[in-house]
Design a protein around this ligand. Structure first.
Ligand code: 5CA
Length: 440
């Protein structure tokens, strides 16, 4: 992508409305724009990151056996009247009437709709287990939307819903998502700790929130510090192994970890003092097992091996991609801007032409840009005629992991500079060596 033809509206000044660093940096880097309170557009740079986050989420959901579909944002009130949540949900639900005056709503979550899909076509235990997910916009009329897309009114959610014949089956489905979440957050460059959590309007009594420790987090959390160093299930993890997944779950729940709603002071005080971590955190995922709450209310039954009808056991599993993007920034930035983990960086490499219009600089940059693009890299080429200082500041701000800098003096020697955004280390090398480093 040539920057001269891209749309990346960088802000020079610090936006006054931004209270936390991720919100400030997302606005300054031109990733998002607020359209009305708690409702955001994702501008091209932000959209690239969001897409990469979603690709990793999708990959791990698929690995764990979940199946992707797509459900609408607008839902009919009828389904919610069946479950009893139409009245229970309160003012957070955005209620709308269509032209026939029929009550509709902008979905805050999808338990009812997916249960309706399930009951319309699944009749036998032989079709179980089943886990259906989508990555879709939600709306919750939050009383205090704040911190940009961290807590917005319209936001994206990956929501998965599992169906099993028995409680034991449902626990295995829960453990699959539990392990998938550990892997997902790790691939996003984050350390997320599962913590016992309150179930709120979703219901049920088994639930974990996945929390990233950050000073700007909205939740107060308490856990054993060893979680910070626990191993993540690797890519040979067998998601069909009931025992294998149970042991991952048992290990990751063996030590104290709870959000403030579930906090048990006495249990926490039993942790040796030096091992106690009391901190703030960002909830990036939340998983629930709620048994037959929705299947009984909505008549979702299957025939069991005993020939009888059974209400299915269900769970739901949410991740917030539009919250994850700022959470990643909270965890990875410095005074100059964002430092993206390679897995979600909007571009892999930025090529900086320090003197656009200079034939040797232009030729060198074009050569590098073409070679790296051909090799499948996402390359941003800063071919604008801005001052070199502005270009460096922009490159640091947008956090692309590698900068290849072509200035007249180096280029005259057939060389460029390669800078690592994270460490700030710079190396001078031949043009060929710079290309080969990233092509190999
Ligand atoms: N149906 C269940 C799980 S599928 C559910 O709705 N769970 S939730 O309410 O905990 O939301 C799931 C995830 O969505 C949260 O962990 C969080 O990452 C994200 N999320 C929730 N509310 C917001 C919000 N207002 N802004 C941004 N992300 C949000």
């Amino acid at each position: 992508m040539r920057l001269s033809r891209y749309f990346m509206p960088i802000l020079k000044e610090n936006p006054k409305e931004a209270e936390i660093v991720s919100h400030r940096l997302m606005l300054r880097a031109g990733m998002i724009r607020q359209q009305s309170q708690g409702i955001y557009s994702w501008l091209p740079l932000g959209k690239r990151v969001l897409d990469k986050v979603n690709a990793i989420i999708r990959d791990e959901q698929n690995r764990a056996g979940a199946i992707e579909l797509s459900m609408p944002t607008l839902q009919s009130a009828e389904l919610w009247q069946e479950s009893g949540r139409y009245d229970a949900y309160g003012k957070e639900m955005l209620r709308i009437k269509d032209r026939q005056d029929r009550p509709m709503l902008y979905g805050p979550t999808n338990e009812e709709m997916v249960t309706d899909i399930f009951r319309s076509s699944v009749k036998s235990y032989k079709d179980l287990p089943l886990n259906l997910y989508h990555i879709q916009l939600k709306f919750r009329d939050e009383i205090r939307p704040r911190f940009g897309t961290m807590r917005s009114r319209e936001f994206m959610m990956k929501d998965a819903y599992s169906f099993d014949l028995t409680r034991e089956g449902a626990e295995h489905s829960y453990n699959k998502m539990f392990a998938a979440y550990l892997r997902t957050f790790d691939r996003l460059g984050l350390r997320a700790i599962p913590m016992r959590a309150d179930t709120g309007p979703i219901g049920g009594n088994l639930s974990h929130e996945f929390i990233i420790l950050a000073d700007t987090g909205e939740s107060e959390v308490f856990c054993h510090k060893d979680f910070v160093g626990f191993d993540i299930p690797d890519d040979r993890t067998d998601f069909d192994s009931i025992e294998g997944l149970k042991s991952i779950f048992d290990k990751w729940t063996s030590l104290y970890a709870a959000t403030s709603e579930m906090h048990d002071e006495a249990a926490f005080n039993a942790v040796p003092e030096g091992d106690r971590l009391s901190a703030r955190g960002i909830e990036v995922g939340h998983i629930f097992y709620f048994g037959t709450k929705y299947s009984e209310a909505m008549g979702a039954k299957v025939q069991g091996p005993d020939g009888k009808e059974h209400f299915v056991h269900m769970g739901s599993y949410g991740i917030g991609p539009t919250r994850l993007v700022p959470a990643i920034i909270e965890a990875s930035h410095d005074d100059n801007g964002i430092i993206w983990p390679a897995s979600v960086a909007p571009f892999d490499i930025v090529v900086i032409n320090m003197k656009a219009g200079d034939q040797a600089c232009d030729d060198t940059c074009e050569l590098i840009y073409a070679a790296l693009t051909k090799a499948g890299k996402d390359v941003l080429y800063d071919d604008t005629d801005d001052r070199a200082g502005t270009k460096f500041a922009t490159a640091d701000l947008i956090g692309v992991p590698v900068q290849i800098i072509a200035g007249p003096r180096a280029v005259a020697n057939g060389e460029v500079e390669v800078k690592d955004r994270k460490t700030g280390a710079r190396e001078t090398m031949t043009i060929e060596a710079a290309i080969n480093r990233f092509v190999a």
